[in-house]
Design a protein around this ligand. Structure first.
Ligand SMILES: *Cc1c(COP(=O)(O)O)cnc(C)c1O
Length: 432
């Protein structure tokens, strides 16, 4: 099998294969990628694209990384998979050790999940089981903020933004939770207590039926690429403590350095009761996520009905290949270069995306950590915009009115410049 898509293959793809959020009867074109290395994707026709997406926040160390390759190959030669029920193995134990060491101190009980959405499901289960085991099964609702995104499975969907969350279709069958107004103040604004009024009021009025608050710390990702004031998160933590409600921080997009701190909750010096990580956990090599709880949560669950078991256990839990690559990825993080890399990307983004300011097609430019966002006045036409961006030699995947990038940390300044040049050129085109 030659590893190149023929036109026949592409035709088959369009007819038989769903891609994320696409129609099978009205498919959008797809670009066949042949290989990837560093911050470069190579298409089947040989064209090279600078990657601005890190494959949705995941490939932080770049593609085809020697240490990650080696970890994967060595592990495959030894043990690719074994069930996790009644069995354990070094890669899983090592990964848990690293996660416990890296996350803020009180987080120390790890559940390995197979994807971000599943880790959110598990976090919600933890919160519900926690309340049940305290004889507080009446505390079974969640509170979140508008503009959030927590994944595509049903419990996760139920806490995504009810309007922009891409799941409006399912409103009728989703459990009803509470939505506070999204925070409006950005990290650059002066904090004003009024920003948290909506959440505070909902919490004060409903804490007796609330198991947990779930939110993305400081950066709302797929729900709108917005950055909010860290003091908001600080207040959420205080309010949770006051009202006996758990705090779940979904760090799936923000975890492992993307925002300039190892975890975004550190911007507010906040430790959640339960944290979800995923995406960059394996450096983008394969799917793996984790839900990490504070000891008091684990202990309370342990006193619950059914012998205190946490009622979740996917078939591929703790997959050794994924755990081994994750360990290698976290070892690269532990070397610490990400700090200078993310800071340098952030400064360059600030400088170069500022060129988009003032163009008529541009609503707002915002940068936080290694995330650069140009919010446009109008939604982009996807297929033609994507084709144009590929012609410019960049892989940027816009979304509605959002033209944004979160490149691999190892991107070179001239590669990043290609990305911001393409974003500027697109904005100029749209403005003329
Ligand atoms: C991507 C994402 C998820 C879902 O993760 P999947 O691996 O796609 O299931 C959940 N929460 C946040 C904040 C995310 O960015």
């Amino acid at each position: 099998m030659v590893n190149i898509c023929t036109s026949d293959d592409l035709q088959f793809d369009q007819t038989h294969l769903w891609h994320p959020y696409t129609s099978l009867t009205n498919p959008l074109p797809c670009y066949p990628v042949n290989s990837a290395s560093g911050a470069t994707l190579t298409l089947d026709d040989g064209r090279q694209l600078v990657d601005g997406m890190s494959s949705w926040w995941a490939a932080i160390h770049g593609y085809n990384h020697p240490q990650l390759n080696q970890a994967l190959q060595q592990q495959a030669a030894q043990l690719s998979h074994v069930m996790f029920g009644g069995i354990t193995h070094k890669p899983a134990v090592e990964l848990a050790r690293r996660l416990v060491a890296m996350t803020p101190a009180p987080l120390d009980a790890v559940f390995l999940a197979d994807s971000g959405s599943v880790s959110v499901e598990v976090a919600i289960k933890m919160a519900l089981q926690y309340q049940v085991s305290r004889q507080r099964s009446d505390k079974n609702m969640l509170l979140t903020v508008r503009g959030g995104y927590h994944g595509d499975t049903f419990a996760a969907m139920s806490v995504c933004d009810p309007v922009n969350g891409m799941h409006g279709l399912f409103q009728g069958v989703l459990p009803k939770h509470l939505f506070a107004d999204a925070p409006t103040l950005t990290p650059h604004d002066r904090w004003d207590e009024r920003d948290i009024d909506s959440l505070r009021t909902l919490l004060e009025n409903n804490h007796n039926s609330l198991a947990a608050i779930i939110l993305e710390p400081v950066v709302q990702g797929a729900g709108g690429m917005r950055f909010y004031h860290p003091t908001y998160l600080k207040r959420v933590r205080e309010l949770c403590d006051q009202h006996d409600v758990l705090l779940i921080c979904d760090e799936i997009a923000t975890g492992f350095g993307r925002t300039g701190k190892l975890f975004a909750c550190e911007h507010a010096d906040v430790v959640p009761d339960i944290m979800c990580v995923g995406k960059a956990l394996t450096g983008g090599y394969m799917t793996l996520a984790a839900t990490i709880a504070q000891r008091h949560v684990a202990e309370q669950i342990g006193q619950g009905p059914g012998g205190g078991s946490l009622m979740h256990g996917p078939t591929f839990m703790g997959n050794p290949l994924a755990c081994a690559v994750a360990c290698a990825s976290l070892d690269i993080i532990a070397e610490g270069h990400w700090q200078q890399q993310v800071a340098a990307i952030s400064q360059q983004l600030e400088r170069e995306l500022a060129r988009c300011n003032g163009l008529t097609a541009v609503n707002q430019v915002r940068v936080f950590g290694a995330i650069g966002v140009v919010e446009l006045a109008e939604p982009l036409e996807m297929a033609s915009t994507q084709a144009w961006l590929v012609e410019q030699g960049v892989w940027i995947r816009p979304f509605g009115r959002l033209l944004y990038i979160m490149p691999p940390y190892i991107i070179e300044p001239d590669q990043l410049r290609r990305l911001t040049d393409a974003m500027l050129a697109l904005c100029q085109r749209l403005s003329s």
